[in-house]
Design a protein around this ligand. Structure first.
Ligand code: NAP
Length: 301
């Protein structure tokens, strides 16, 4: 039986096992997918297990997407560039951050399916990004993918704010051209509770919201209504960020659809099967997120 694992810390909230095991069963595969909470020091040992064939594939989640990179046999990172989403499937790295690990010809490779997953979710939710101004909160592993996908989709401006400013600066640097121009403008984390710039969509890409009492100190009132609030978190309880967005009259979406689409790309890499190919999306949503439409609401304008 093949064995797949998602590793992270915390990991209890992860719905990846529910999702992958559903598809494994649907496709009659002899495999199992489990979750494991690890510490940074455990990564080397787990990669060894992959090399020895004790594990057949890994998903890597918060906060190890960047720490995993040095353990890969990919022979150098492929720089982050404006590549179309399909390039990510099985072949390339997103520069600094990976979420799908697999073995091929005795070598350990990685891909990052977060960008494609986010891109697919924008299409599914019918969210148009072209010429839109987007405010992104966070600069962790996933934000490399989010920024890339926003660029593929034609965003005109990306405001980026992170508690640790140097990480936001690093992402901005990657997206600055030779003339010093960048689609990214940094916004001080300390100023989130005052004077926010005008934007069309705000994305919570921090892990604030994973815990019930987490609050993002945003100047919600100044945001007003008719904007899009997108939280990458897909907690069944929802997040304060989405509740406040909805209360103000904004459309709100959680990370459920992104989770499903990025997982489908991982599944394709490992098993060679697109689990969403045959109209399986509705069944998958229903199985993993029975309350999907409570947390994903479009305000009619
Ligand atoms: P990460 O690399 O660990 O980054 C965490 C981010 O959250 C950093 O920007 C960090 O800021 C910020 N943060 C954490 N605690 C904070 C606090 N107390 N105050 C302010 N900022 C704080 O994680 P990641 O991989 O980028 O993932 C970020 C989130 O996206 C997670 O909630 C994850 O579950 C979610 N996600 C969802 C999907 C999906 O498919 N729906 C896919 C990927 C990720 P610092 O840099 O200052 O530490």
């Amino acid at each position: 039986m093949k064995k797949y694992l998602v590793i992270g810390n915390p990991i209890e909230h992860s719905l990846s096992p529910k999702l992958h095991n559903y598809w494994i069963k649907e496709n009659n595969l002899d495999a199992v997918y489990e979750k494991k909470q690890i510490n940074k020091d455990d990564i080397g040992g787990i990669v060894e297990e992959l090399k020895k064939g004790k594990i057949d594939g890994l998903n890597v989640t918060t906060p190890f997407k960047t720490s995993m990179v040095p353990y890969l046999d990919h022979g150098g990172l492929i720089p982050l560039a404006e590549r179309p989403p399909e390039v990510y499937v099985g072949t390339s790295l997103e520069g600094k951050s990976v979420n799908t690990i697999f073995k091929q010809n005795n070598k350990i490779y990685a891909a990052n399916t977060d960008g494609s997953g986010f891109h697919d979710s924008l299409s599914f939710l019918n969210l148009k990004i072209k010429n839109k101004k987007i405010f992104v909160l966070g600069a962790g592993g996933v934000v490399f993918s989010i920024v890339a996908a926003l660029k593929w989709n034609g965003a005109s401006k990306i405001y980026l704010s992170n508690r640790t400013k140097s990480k936001a600066e690093e992402i901005k640097k990657i997206h600055t051209n030779n003339n010093g121009k960048s689609i990214i403008e940094l916004f001080n984390w300390e100023n989130l509770d005052k004077n926010l710039p005008e934007f069309d969509m705000i994305i919570n890409a921090t892990s604030l919201g994973l815990n019930k009492n987490d609050l993002i100190k945003l100047d919600y009132k100044s945001i007003g209504k008719n904007k899009v609030f997108y939280d990458l978190i897909y907690n069944a309880e929802g997040t304060d960020f989405l509740s406040k967005g909805l209360e103000l009259g904004n459309s709100v979406y959680n990370g459920a659809s992104m989770l499903i689409f990025q997982a489908a790309r991982s599944f394709l890499i490992w098993h060679g099967i697109n689990p969403l190919k045959e109209e399986r999306l509705a069944g998958t949503i229903n199985h993993v997120f029975p309350n999907f439409y409570n947390h994903n609401q479009t305000i009619e304008q």
